[in-house]
Design a protein around this ligand. Structure first.
Ligand SMILES: [Zn+2]
Ligand SMILES: [Zn+2]
Length: 316
């Protein structure tokens, strides 16, 4: 009796995996199309996500004193979008999932659930046939390794990027990123800094604003690294944004927490610089996290949904 049950399980398994291998990946070709001979200089895209600063301490502050490099050195080289939003769940995992998959989802913030749909990493690795060392997730929170896969059975365990995710200081994460960029020369990267969120939750205002300044500094270090690296120079686009903000001072716990749809939690920073983008522009066109994936796809040679939501105003 027991043997019969095991045999049935095996039979079911082979039938199921047989179906998966025969049909699944081909069916997605209609949704994901390759752009032949793309007209862009960009060959690499790095998305930097700074975890949890508010607009009131960053771009919307009067003196921008915690983001001096972004305000004075980076902004003139690229485009700022002043009205950029998380219109989904304002926690770390859902915010990153919206950025990487183009979908708002109410997922566990502990890293216990994979996103439903594939990320730009999986889409690009599929369309480019590049090895997984060419796409990296490098983060200061271990749980963000959920971004490397999804639950859609047509994609699960396929075209997964490499990842180096650990709970660590942002300087250490940046150091790891430069090693990975040097050793593997990845073409698609997500780099995450946790400082503002971790210190905000600790309720330490000075450390919170100081960690914003550290993330600002590391972002500028990355820009200089790219500008001085033969593989990346003049063919790399960098986007800088947040997964979520934090409550306004008069809402709930103020800067200590986040997670609702108050303006402090939903209004984010967005900056982009690259060889195909305008310089020294502040765009007021309203945009949101789910517009990042189609824009990455446009630059990296894959299209979804007929280019709907590409942030065309960034382009020259
Ligand atoms: Zn948080
Ligand atoms: Zn809030």
């Amino acid at each position: 009796m027991r043997f019969k049950n095991i045999a049935f399980v095996f039979l079911f398994f082979f039938l199921f995996t047989g179906c998966y291998n025969n049909g699944s990946l081909i069916e997605t070709e209609d949704d994901l199309s390759k752009v032949a001979g793309k007209p862009y200089k960009t060959e690499n895209v790095i998305v930097v996500v700074i975890d949890g600063p508010r607009q009131s301490e960053t771009w919307q502050s009067v003196d921008r004193k915690y983001i001096p490099r972004m305000a004075n050195l980076l902004a003139p080289q690229g485009v700022i979008i002043s009205e950029f939003y998380n219109h989904g769940v304002t926690f770390t995992v859902p915010g990153h999932v919206a950025i990487c998959t183009g979908n708002y989802e109410s997922l566990s913030n502990k890293g216990e659930q994979l996103p439903t749909e594939p990320s730009f990493f999986q889409m690009w690795l599929k369309i480019s046939n590049a090895p997984k060392e060419k796409a990296w997730i490098i983060t200061s929170k271990e749980k963000l390794n959920v971004l490397a896969d999804c639950r859609n059975v047509e994609w699960r365990n396929s075209f997964n990027p490499s990842f180096d995710t650990a709970n660590r200081d942002d300087e250490e994460t940046y150091q790891k990123a430069t090693e990975i960029l040097t050793n593997y020369q990845p073409q698609l990267v997500l780099l995450h800094f946790r400082g503002p969120d971790a210190n905000g939750h600790a309720g330490d205002w000075d450390k919170y604003v100081n960690s914003i300044a550290i993330a600002d500094s590391l972002t500028y270090e990355l820009y200089k690294f790219i500008e001085n690296h033969d593989f990346y120079k003049n063919k790399t686009t960098i986007m800088v944004t947040n997964d979520h903000g934090r409550h306004l001072d008069n809402i709930a716990t103020g800067f200590i927490g986040h997670g609702d749809n108050c303006p402090g939690c939903t209004h984010l920073n967005f900056y982009a610089v690259g060889p195909d983008f305008k310089k020294n522009v502040i765009s007021t066109t309203e945009r949101e996290q789910v517009d990042i994936l189609p824009t990455v796809g446009e630059l990296m040679g894959f299209q979804i949904d007929d280019n709907k939501n590409v942030m065309w105003e960034l382009f020259k």
